[in-house]
Design a protein around this ligand. Structure first.
Ligand code: MRU
Length: 322
């Protein structure tokens, strides 16, 4: 199952908002349809939105600088989006084939995910219990994924992992996407509510936590799906390794610390009504719905990239792979 497919001049997008109930593909044509696909999470996950936006830059006519600005504004936190559109703009200015550049970004992501998965797997043991948050699998990237990569690669190599996946409120990417992807791959997966992470850790069921990232600051602070920093605090308390997995394109050296990372805020309806038959709060009840939070680097055991496993001191060691 591929999330983004370019075939005979047409871009096909697996609509992730319909999962796990329906596997249907969209064929966006206008810039508004591309923007909506990113904004509404029909395509989501930092590397996947970068790949998708790269195809948009290649396939849509018009002013490319304006198009880049428009697409980048759909989701401000995941740096892979502006990284990919920036690379496409440069290719345009250099007179390169834009579709070849988009395909290259797509193919390179597959290779990076494979490397991340191999490095990640080298830190795990057969039989390990793993906790994941949100979805950092093939659906969020191009193949294997980042956070889920070692688990999917491990499955191919005959490892048995026992994966606990947080449902990940409010958009339920853990329930709708991670448990779906792992079930399909034949990995043993158990869905838990977000607030059960502490319990499964206390019960000794978790040997490592694996998560993806949307932007990594130069000091190793990482923006991840909302709720991740709480999981990191718990992991530290229980002495469980907490690994962040991401391609080098997720590192933003222009952000000195996590405080410089812009956090996307989303609509209140996602908390109050999106996945419920009836609203769960009064219309006038205020909601605060940031899509990401920042995990302090001191809570992170290692950042696993396609260029190797990076450990503290992050300022120094992240510079080495620049
Ligand atoms: O809001 P989403 O669903 O796009 O959030 C995605 C994630 O949380 C992932 O952890 C992150 O993008 C890394 S994807 C490999």
């Amino acid at each position: 199952m591929e999330n983004i497919k370019y075939e005979n001049g047409v871009l096909y997008l697996l609509d992730q908002t319909q999962l796990p109930n329906e596997e249907s593909y969209l064929t966006p044509k206008t810039k508004e349809e591309y923007f909506f696909a990113i904004k509404s999470l029909q395509v989501r996950g930092a590397p996947a939105i970068g790949i998708f936006a790269a195809y948009a830059m290649a396939l849509l006519d018009g002013d490319k600088e304006e198009l880049k600005r428009y697409l980048d504004s759909a989701r401000p936190t995941a740096v892979n989006l502006s990284w990919a559109t920036g690379r496409m703009l440069k290719a345009y200015q250099d007179g390169k084939s834009l579709i070849d550049e988009a395909i290259a970004i797509h193919e390179e992501d597959k290779a990076m995910c494979r490397k991340i998965s191999e490095y990640g797997l080298s830190l795990l043991h057969d039989g390990d219990g793993i906790l994941t948050h949100c979805n950092a699998g093939a659906l969020a990237t191009s193949a294997y994924g980042t956070g889920l990569g070692p688990l999917l690669l491990g499955k191919e190599k005959g490892y048995t992992f026992h994966v606990y996946t947080d449902e990940t409120r409010p958009l339920l990417q853990g329930a709708r996407l991670t448990s779906y992807e792992l079930e399909k791959a034949g990995v043993d997966v158990t869905l838990i509510c977000d607030n059960m992470a502490s319990l499964v850790m206390k019960q000794g069921k978790i040997n490592a936590v694996l998560v993806g990232a949307d932007r990594i600051a130069a000091n190793g602070d990482t923006a991840n799906k909302i709720g991740t920093s709480g999981v990191a605090v718990l992991a530290k308390y229980y002495g469980i390794p907490f690994y962040v997995l991401a391609p080098y394109s997720t590192i933003d050296y222009s952000c000195k610390t996590g405080d410089d990372i812009v956090i996307e805020e989303r609509e209140a309806d996602e908390i109050k009504s999106l996945y419920f038959e009836k609203p769960t709060a009064l219309p006038e009840t205020k909601c605060f719905n940031p899509a990401f939070d920042v995990t302090d680097s001191e809570l992170i055991t290692a950042i696993i990239t396609d260029k190797g496993i990076i450990r503290a001191p992050y300022c120094e060691n992240l510079k080495k792979i620049r």
